[in-house]
Ligand binder design. Structure first.
Ligand code: SD4
Length: 318
């Protein structure tokens, strides 16, 4: 038989667990829906918000549709259609998505499909795996009914031909228009999800995969504490698992802003950053946001039910 003392102790534990759960599913009603994304992707954020206002269950749709908007834009030269090719002239896409349950899906090195984030979502929802790569990812996309498309635009062909004249690869700060879309969304229930989609570094080596499809590097979501996403030179982010680090720092009590700063400093302390840019953004369950980069020039878009603004991120070097 269970003693009275043990019973009260158990009851206490149950009550603590319940209040803990309640606190972790609290509705931050003063915040409502909120979406943040790397760079000036306010239009994508608005697409995401339009999903979120339909109801909190549209959280992943918000991420997917918001990012789809950028993937379809030929003028964004770092994402989807119009994304710059590798040095052999092939456009290869990296993307990942992570939901409030901690499930994740990713594609790396995907060719001839515009909506890498949608394929990544299918990997998460329809397979027992987290990552599908290259030909296998493309085969899976075909099986899921996605339609093939040539991702090179006339403009990217011209730019590629011009690049071939010297064929020099020198990743420079912001110059390559690092426009990778990384997006984090918060719904009215206080739940978080995120996604990331890119064609990677322009004129990269064939076969190169960056941070953007790697869970913990380009993106990480822990629905209890917060979410983070990265942009910039993926090699630096991969080595430090920067998005995971930001979320771990938030778990330890740091604000999104302080967590981004500390994670960028880890990169700064570990390597030569004179020619390399990385930007990190983060959001917690209460809708507090932060962003920080190595060099100035990085900005991020913050959009809620009523307003949208572009924030210039503070940086380590002006
Ligand atoms: C990569 N992090 O492939 C990406 C590039 C990027 O805007 O962010 N571009 O390394």
């Amino acid at each position: 038989m269970i003693s009275r003392r043990k019973f009260s102790a158990l009851l206490g534990a149950t009550l603590i667990t319940q209040s803990y759960k309640r606190c972790n599913t609290a509705n931050p009603s003063q915040v409502g829906n909120k979406v943040i994304s790397t760079w000036n992707n306010q239009n994508a954020n608005k697409v995401a918000i339009a999903e979120l206002v339909k109801g909190p269950q549209y959280l992943l749709d918000a991420i997917e549709k918001g990012i789809n908007h950028v993937e379809a834009d030929p003028n964004d030269t770092s994402v989807g259609y119009g994304g710059r090719p590798d040095r052999e002239g092939f456009v290869t896409l990296d993307a990942c998505i992570m939901d409030k349950e901690g499930s994740a899906g990713s594609v790396t090195y995907l060719e001839n499909y515009v909506h890498a984030i949608s394929v990544a979502r299918k990997v998460m929802e329809e397979t027992p795996h987290v990552i599908l790569s290259g030909d296998g990812a493309a085969q899976f996309a075909a099986e899921m009914g996605f339609v093939q498309k040539d991702l090179m635009t006339e403009e990217s062909r011209i730019a590629y031909r011009k690049w071939l004249e010297k064929a020099e690869y020198q990743p420079k700060i912001n110059v390559e228009r690092h426009d990778t879309i990384g997006m984090l969304a918060l719904n009215v229930d206080g739940d978080l999800s995120g996604g990331c989609s890119t064609s990677g570094l322009a004129y990269k080596m064939r076969g190169r995969v960056g941070d953007s499809p790697v869970i913990g590097a380009g993106l990480y979501v822990d629905n209890k504490y917060g979410a983070a996403v990265a942009t910039g030179l993926g090699e630096l982010v991969l080595r430090q698992l920067s998005s995971f680090l930001v979320v771990e720092l938030m778990r330890g009590g740091k604000s999104p802003q302080k967590a981004c700063e500390e994670a960028v400093m880890r990169i700064v302390e570990s390597t030569d950053i004179s020619q390399a840019q990385v930007g990190l953004i983060a959001m917690d369950r209460s809708g507090n946001v932060g962003g920080y980069s190595i060099h100035s020039g990085f900005n991020y878009a913050v959009t809620d039910d009523n307003s949208s603004l572009l924030v210039e991120a503070p940086s380590y070097i002006d």
